[in-house]
Design a protein around this ligand. Sequence first.
Ligand SMILES: Cc1cc2nc3c(=O)[nH]c(=O)nc-3n(C[C@H](O)[C@H](O)[C@H](O)COP(=O)(O)OP(=O)(O)OC[C@H]3O[C@@H](n4cnc5c(N)ncnc54)[C@H](O)[C@@H]3O)c2cc1C
Length: 391
Amino acid sequence: MAIDFSNTEIAFKSKDNSALRKAYWLFRMVGSPRLVNFGKWAINFSFKLRLPIKWLVKKTIFSQFCGGETIEECSDAIAKLKKSSVGTILDYSLEGKESNEDLDATTNELIQTIERAKTDPFIPFSVFKPSGICKFSVLEKANTSTDHLNESEMKDYGMFVERMNKICKKAHESNVPVFVDAEDSWIQDSIDRMCEVMMWKYNKEKAIVYTTIQLYRWDRLDYLEKLYEKAKRDQIKIGVKLVRGAYMEKERERAKEMGYKDPIQPNKEATDRDYNEALKFCVDRLDVFAICAGSHNEDSANVLVDLMEQKQLDKKDDRLYFAQLLGMSDHISFNLSSYGYNVAKYMPYGPVKEVMPYLIRRAQENTSVSGQTSRELSLLQKERKRRKTTA
Ligand SMILES: Cc1cc2nc3c(=O)[nH]c(=O)nc-3n(C[C@H](O)[C@H](O)[C@H](O)COP(=O)(O)OP(=O)(O)OC[C@H]3O[C@@H](n4cnc5c(N)ncnc54)[C@H](O)[C@@H]3O)c2cc1C
């Protein structure tokens, strides 16, 4: 039975009237590309001039899409989700750090997220971006092979391996599975290589390390199949977060500029087809796979629901999870969880200024161009109307 995601009473249960109003106005504002572009410029400019705008950002866009500035500050947001049986994935959202001190500090913070998760069944996973613990240029140069790294790059690469091992080892000891986010294709081979090393080390009994597969790439189903064959042969469990992929424009532009074959599918239909195919491939092979469907697409959520029903799989099977981002697609998260499925939200956190690139991306993704806003807006509007008529 397909889930009807239009029940806004369930979707927005955790929002009181004022929170609902705030979300509505926020999505109206980010619906305008001109306003988003101006806001991006104004915020960056104000931060550069050290104008005191942090409180404004924190009360508006930050509170919609982030849990807090620290793990401690996320407690309220975690508790709110928990009330609807929705889990949290603490996502320390610092980007663009390049010094080894900063990369070490991020690694230590990630260890703290695992510590926090260890004590709370409603924080089922931890997560990190490899570019948050390694210099981007080193990941890029190592993409094809590490053979041509110079001495200093080799040292940096070694530190990346150590940091990644530290996080995965901690995840393994704490029994808190860890997602490794997928990034640009020109660093993704470096990431895949390390993910495989970690999975082969820590996923002997269960999936602790989860790799991420971006199905907007035309070569990923093939990679998934090969990964399965190797894992089956070596009796390794594969944790896999299935996503469509977040960097399409950048990927296409770079391929065009540098004159290599576009790594992205020819159209949205092909991405959707491979995404749903990947879900099926993994659900058919749960002897090896544990899956997290990271998506805001209602059809794909229902594809996984259908597959689980066909196979009579337990909704609480911990090899099967749905995940969305905090502040987005609550109608999917809360409706799925009301039917008893495992659901968790990525909860980005970090100092306001540091998470600005993440927030600007969310705002851009939610402009009227992408169509996401109209969906969020109409759901918020529907719920506001419903509350007025039932009050
Ligand atoms: C919990 C979670 C974790 C995530 N982790 C990652 C991650 O680690 N790495 C990452 O890259 N992304 C990640 N994402 C983002 C994700 O990849 C998507 O960008 C986002 O979720 C939108 O896709 P969707 O599945 O929700 O569905 P939809 O909104 O139906 O699909 C939009 C997506 O389809 C694809 N698409 C759109 N137009 C075309 C076209 N013309 N041709 C080909 N493809 C097209 C693009 O990938 C686009 O983002 C994550 C998302 C979530 C919810």
